[in-house]
Design a protein around this ligand. Structure first.
Ligand code: SAM
Length: 239
């Protein structure tokens, strides 16, 4: 499936996005994002780019852990909510309105210690190429941290998780948000992305080496930490 008109989609859903997500993930989503933020903010005063930041849930968490954070997203509405939330939490973040799939890249190469990309892979048509571009912004040894929905594999628990995710969640999400498009796309793009291995292949095709993976939400969400292969080969002993 090709990515929808993302701009339109998130402008329409910005107000309800966080609340609906929290309900349909049964309150588990905070844990997934906290894991990503912890990975990114591990180093003292880490310079972190939260790419495809939306309302800044990952980036703000990293900022509160002491990281120097830039939020980047194409949706003015999502970023405006991020700005309000940053103010409420007294978190100092830089906010950039930018289409990360378009040239030219506005950030300096090799500037960031970590880049987070939570639930952004599905919104770009050529994820391998975009991830490769983003990784050029990482300093040598810097980490890319990705969170994304995948098709769960395994026993009864994953079957029940699939039943919930593919059949019940879209109905609840659409009802709460008052429109179906975002949740229909969530399902079709998860089916298109497929299993965790496909996500790992995309990351690897972008020239990155995966150093850690973690499954959340009964196998529905995959967390990945990766480093640039060129840097990994040179600095192998330090990872
Ligand atoms: C599903 S949301 C994820 C938001 C956030 N990372 C989170 O964890 O909730 C996807 C975000 O990607 C943004 N996005 C999609 N395409 C983009 C692009 N080409 N450049 C920048 N942001 C984009 C959307 O505006 C939206 O805020």
């Amino acid at each position: 499936v090709s990515a929808p008109d993302t701009y339109d989609l998130f402008e329409k859903n910005a107000m309800s996005y966080d609340c609906v997500n929290s309900i349909i993930s049964l309150g588990l989503d905070g844990r997934w994002r906290r894991w990503a933020a912890c990975q990114a903010a591990r180093q003292h005063k880490a310079r972190v780019l939260d790419a495809f930041s939306g309302t800044g849930l990952v980036g703000l968490e990293a900022a509160l852990m002491g990281a120097d954070v830039t939020l980047a997203d194409v949706s003015p509405q999502m970023l405006s909510i991020a700005g309000e939330r940053a103010e409420q939490k007294a978190a100092l973040v830089d906010i950039k309105l930018v289409d990360l799939a378009e040239e030219p890249m506005i950030f300096k190469k090799e500037h960031f210690d970590a880049i987070t990309m939570a639930f952004g892979v599905r919104y770009i048509n050529n994820p391998g190429a975009i991830i490769a571009r983003l990784s050029s912004l990482l300093r040598p040894g810097g980490k890319l941290i990705i969170l994304e929905f995948v098709v769960p594999q395994g026993g009864l628990i994953s079957k029940l998780a699939s039943l919930y995710f593919f059949h019940i969640l879209p109905r609840i999400g659409s009802f709460l948000a008052g429109q179906r498009e975002l949740y229909d796309y969530l399902i079709s793009s998860t089916i298109a992305l497929g299993k965790k291995e496909n996500l790992l292949n995309i990351i690897s095709s972008a020239g990155l080496s995966v150093t850690e993976t973690k499954l959340f939400g009964f196998g529905l969400v995959c967390g990945v930490v990766a480093v640039r292969k060129d840097m990994y080969d040179k600095n192998n002993s330090t990872f």
